[in-house]
Design a protein around this ligand. Sequence first.
Ligand code: ATP
Ligand code: MG
Ligand code: FE
Length: 348
Amino acid sequence: PLVLGIETSCDETGIGIVRGRMLLSNTIASSMDEHARYGGVVPEVAARAHLEALQPSIDAAVAEAGVRLEDLDAIAVTSGPGLAGALMVGIGAAKALAVSLDKPLYAVNHLVGHIAADILTGEEVEYPTVALLVSGGHTSLLLVRDLVGDVELLGETMDDAAGEAFDKIARILGLPYPGGPEIDRAAAAGDPNAIRFPRGLSRASDMAEHRYDFSFSGLKTAVARWTEQAERDGADLPVADVAASFREAVVDVLVTKALDACARHDVPRLLLGGGVIANRRLREVALERAAAAGVAVRIPPLSLCTDNGAMIAALAAELIRSGRPASTLGFGADSTLPVTEIQVAAPV
Ligand code: ATP
Ligand code: MG
Ligand code: FE
């Protein structure tokens, strides 16, 4: 099926068009720059930016795909989780398109969309797989037995998301927003073992009871204390060493838990997604340790890992392929939509 997907859960206005498992276009407009001076995404600013970016983005995606709106078989949209106001803008646009074009509308889960992105790489995808989604808004470890039918939450962050932790530490170190790429760059010249920062909730006993939740607030506090102490001592802050040691702690926790989940559930596959996957050390450590553990790692290209509309369209295309009926139009934004709800407002 030819599907147009709309994604507006955070600060990316993503419009993607797929034909089945084939990617035709993936337009992404980000309001990141507008949030930079606030040091994080401002919901109202994001919603307004979506409103402005949507129509031009749809036009661009349709032109790039070389299709006409009338030719679409379905529209797809993210209904949650995410920022309520931002989601509402995308949902409104999707409903308007679906009604005016008389096309079926599929309302889908953003997190499951991240997993669906992998389908568009053109390689054979196998389930079950463990999936680690790490971005500015989420840190989730999932067990995917069936993309359109069975996604289980193994754990998620109790406080900051991984990307958020990068952004906050960057601020402490005087680096600009978004902090992830800045810390990655600074860390390249540092020693990852210079300072032993805490690895939250990652002892074997933490994971023993099938608990794969994450916590980065203790790490954040530890870095803040360490830098304050360095300042009191009047020493020059070794930014590279702090960045490298912090990054190592985050990466260690993420990879340790993901691979532990693979072993526990006897699943030799790990899918990585979300904007933090851009982190070079994370990719390196994940690939190294997974190879040693006999786990195959999949990392889609970054344009499919960060928030985008193509992954939303891809998930809807899979729902259609499985014969699922379209969503009924009464649904709204659900900022805390659980990952088990793959499609929203599906008629029973
Ligand atoms: P959502 O959580 O809804 O998926 P988001 O916009 O918060 O959306 P992404 O756009 O997927 O998240 O990713 C942005 C986050 O990724 C930011 O927090 C940024 O600091 C982080 N990030 C980007 N590059 C890197 C990197 N090289 N290392 C670590 N973190 C990174
Ligand atoms: Mg973003
Ligand atoms: Fe996301």
